[in-house]
Design a binder for this molecule. Structure first.
Ligand code: FE2
Length: 411
């Protein structure tokens, strides 16, 4: 396959891209078509690597309103409603909803997804179903699973035993939820335990960390210290860290040194953080996000996730990373022209780093032929105008194609 005349990642000069045997084999200013080669003339369109969602919950997806809508909009009512819905989970129910959500995500250019899966369920119904889903979708979606103890490790009966059981069942990463544990002591112990399990089973770590507007919630410093001292470093991800948006500046100044030393990744979930954050404030009302701009400026890897697609924690969601990005840029005021132009990295390269898949990710000769083509010359225009994704190409095959709709103005 030969893709002709594209702007790769906003680069002003046009290039041709050759794909053979599912791999990028040449990227040059001009390549002659070979006999029998499929040629797509893209005349000045934008090409970027596929979208990555490093944080979504596929076990709860598509359950909004069942058994009740989260009318208060708080994280804690979300957890309460989910614990009711969890009682009616079946293997087939989880698989059907997860695959529907993944198809929706793929239709919007996602090719890499990391799903947290609630494992505070003695039957592990959702996890067993999603392990099957991970295998069934592998030809069109790289899916990672995180063992997520929604109701705590120390604060849930037999929580530690469950985490060991799921590590043996075959998850990709170990999670934690330090801010939800009953006490500060449980919070710290749960993180030590998660690191021990990750090291023993050679797994990544991705913990829901300080997802609360409480400046006293300081699981992050424990995470970063353990990442540094264990050597796991960039294999560790702190998701949410919304309390950091409420920390005082003197503490953050001290913390930032540790965060840089630790090499950990961050995932912010702008749609959900804005929806759930500041719920207990009157006014001034806090934004629900972590300090994305400051972390990024300090060279720390931050990616954006979707978190929830129509579930007890978020009534909306359409599987489109451009929505997360659009919200994230506004909420964190990352809106200089060049910042917007290059913001695709929050939902591409930075997410690939979180998922630890950079060796198979990116538009470079020798790497798997995965890319997206947009109906615009650059990413600023793509995001602002929401121009169509013309193609999602995965391992050299067209996974998704779009025929732009035509609009008629009758005035
Ligand atoms: Fe989450």
């Amino acid at each position: 396959m030969l893709l002709q005349q594209v702007h790769i990642e906003n680069f002003s000069e046009l290039k041709d891209i050759r794909i053979e045997n599912a791999t990028f084999t040449a990227i040059e200013a001009h390549l002659e078509p070979q006999a029998g080669e499929e040629v797509i003339d893209l005349a000045g369109k934008l090409v970027i690597p596929p979208f990555v969602d490093p944080h979504v919950h596929l076990d709860s997806t598509m359950t909004a309103g069942d058994p009740e809508w989260n009318e208060s909009g708080t994280l804690f009512d979300g957890i309460r409603i989910w614990s009711e819905r969890k009682k009616t989970l079946t293997h087939a129910d989880v698989k059907q909803r997860a695959i529907a959500a993944l198809r929706l995500q793929a239709s919007n250019g996602l090719q890499f997804v990391r799903s947290h899966v609630d494992v505070t369920d003695p039957d592990l119904t959702a996890l067993k179903a999603l392990i099957e889903v991970r295998e069934e979708v592998k030809d069109w979606m790289t899916l990672q699973l995180v063992a997520f103890p929604q109701e705590g490790i120390l604060s849930f009966p037999h929580g530690k035993e469950l985490m060991i059981e799921v590590a043996e069942l075959g998850v990709d990463a170990i999670g934690a939820i330090p801010h939800f544990e009953f006490t500060r002591e449980y919070s710290v112990e749960s993180l030590h335990f998660a690191f021990e399990v990750a090291q023993k089973y050679n797994l990544l770590i991705d913990a829901h960390t300080d997802e609360i507007d409480d400046p006293a919630s300081r699981g992050l410093e424990t995470m970063a210290t353990l990442a540094l001292e264990s050597g796991l470093k960039e294999k560790v991800t702190a998701s949410h860290t919304t309390a950091m948006g409420s920390y005082n500046d003197a503490y953050v100044y001290k913390l930032m040194r540790l965060l840089k030393m630790s090499d950990i990744n961050f995932v912010a979930n702008p749609l959900i953080n804005m929806y759930l954050g500041g719920r207990f404030d009157t006014y001034p009302k806090r934004r629900g996000l972590t300090r994305v701009k400051e972390l990024d400026a300090n060279g720390i890897n931050v990616a954006f996730g979707e978190d929830d697609i129509k579930d007890p924690w978020y009534p909306m969601g359409n599987g489109n990373m451009l929505d997360s990005l659009h919200m994230g840029l506004h909420a964190t005021q990352i809106m200089g022209y060049s910042e917007i132009l290059n913001s695709y990295r929050f939902i591409t390269h930075n997410g690939a780093k979180v998922m630890h898949v950079t060796d198979q990710y990116g538009i470079e000769v020798g790497k798997p032929a995965n890319l997206l083509v947009f109906n615009a010359p650059d990413f600023y225009t793509t995001l602002n105008e929401r121009d169509e994704m013309l193609y999602s190409i995965h391992n050299g095959h067209i996974l998704v194609s779009t025929k732009p709709a035509k609009k008629y103005l009758h005035f």
